[in-house]
Design a protein. Structure first.
Length: 75
């Protein structure tokens, strides 16, 4: 079973790369630290829903769009 922290981190990385942003760019746009983004993407850190909202906004997606992904679909 894959860890939810890892799934969220992979989704952030996927959306960030799709937006052609570096971790530094995303961190700046979301008003977060680059090392925080790196640790979230690697699944090492829990991310709050408040920070998910900041990250989603910086990536120009809604929170709903952020979670609209097969990896979050619990059959």
């Amino acid at each position: 079973m894959v860890n939810i922290r890892f799934q969220i981190g992979q989704r952030i990385k996927e959306l960030r790369e799709k937006a052609d942003m570096s971790q530094k760019d995303l961190a700046y746009s979301a008003d977060l630290d680059r090392s925080y983004i790196a640790s979230v993407e690697s699944g090492q850190r829990n991310v709050s829903i408040v920070n998910i909202e900041k990250i989603a906004k910086a990536l120009n997606v809604t929170v709903k769009e952020f979670f609209y992904d097969a990896r979050f679909n619990n059959n």
